[in-house]
Design a protein around this ligand. Sequence first.
Ligand code: G3H
Ligand code: ZN
Length: 283
Amino acid sequence: ALVSMKEMLIKAKAEGYAVGQFNINNLEWTQAILQAAEEEKSPVILGVSEGAGKYMGGFVAVVHMVKGLMESYGTTVPVAIHLDHGSSFAKCKEAIDAGFTSVMIDASHHPFEENVKITSEVVEYAHAKGVSVEAELGTVGGDEDGVIGGIIYANPEECRKMVELTDIDCLAPALGSVHGPYKGEPNLGFKEMEEISKLADLPLVLHGGTGIPTKDIQRSISLGTAKINVNTENQIEATKVIREILDNDKVVYDPRKFLGPAREAIKATVIGKIREFGSAQKA
Ligand code: G3H
Ligand code: ZN
């Protein structure tokens, strides 16, 4: 069923696992993730960046595609359609009006007071429609669809205030994670994560899930992380398969001959993450 993230994340935090947010790019991505979640009986969050939303034909097209697949597949697990790194109130509103069940307002590059103000406006509009809201503090490193940043650690005291002032459903405190592959091992701020978890009693979100070792995933979950975002890893695995097929077969032209195997690669990757995050059999 199409739902907001609220209940799934409260349950995940209480039971000590994390729900994966897997970003979608097209039909095959969406199929793969829905199939993986259903087979694993896991709740799942479909992440849609503004760029990917535009690529797929706009937010309305995305919602219809997801609903269409869920109906065809007879999906029973909880699914959220979530705007990833929403850049403004207007973009969040557009996604909500199109039928998204969840949005992230990423006003983290604004000064704190401004971030709180924009986030509050989004929460007010979203909650009136039963839509959940994620906010961000600090800066995730790397580059995702033009969301570029050098790593800035979230300030725990600001996290406490943000939660107190805005009624958000979950918070992404940037603590050293990076969009895209890591250069070397990630250096996550677990001390700050623990502090934030004590100060702010709500599910935390970990961005930049690609390339984070299992021990760090487990530690993050034990410190209140209930949502983990993964995008790049699926892209790498899908592209690897396509490249191999095209390298080995210079005459293939039916797109299903390489997009089908790419879809299988995404599905296998998502199943691996679902098991690693502990959300299998939790739907
Ligand atoms: O918002 C999406 C994520 O934070 C994805 O990060 O591409 O490094 O897996 P990733
Ligand atoms: Zn992110």
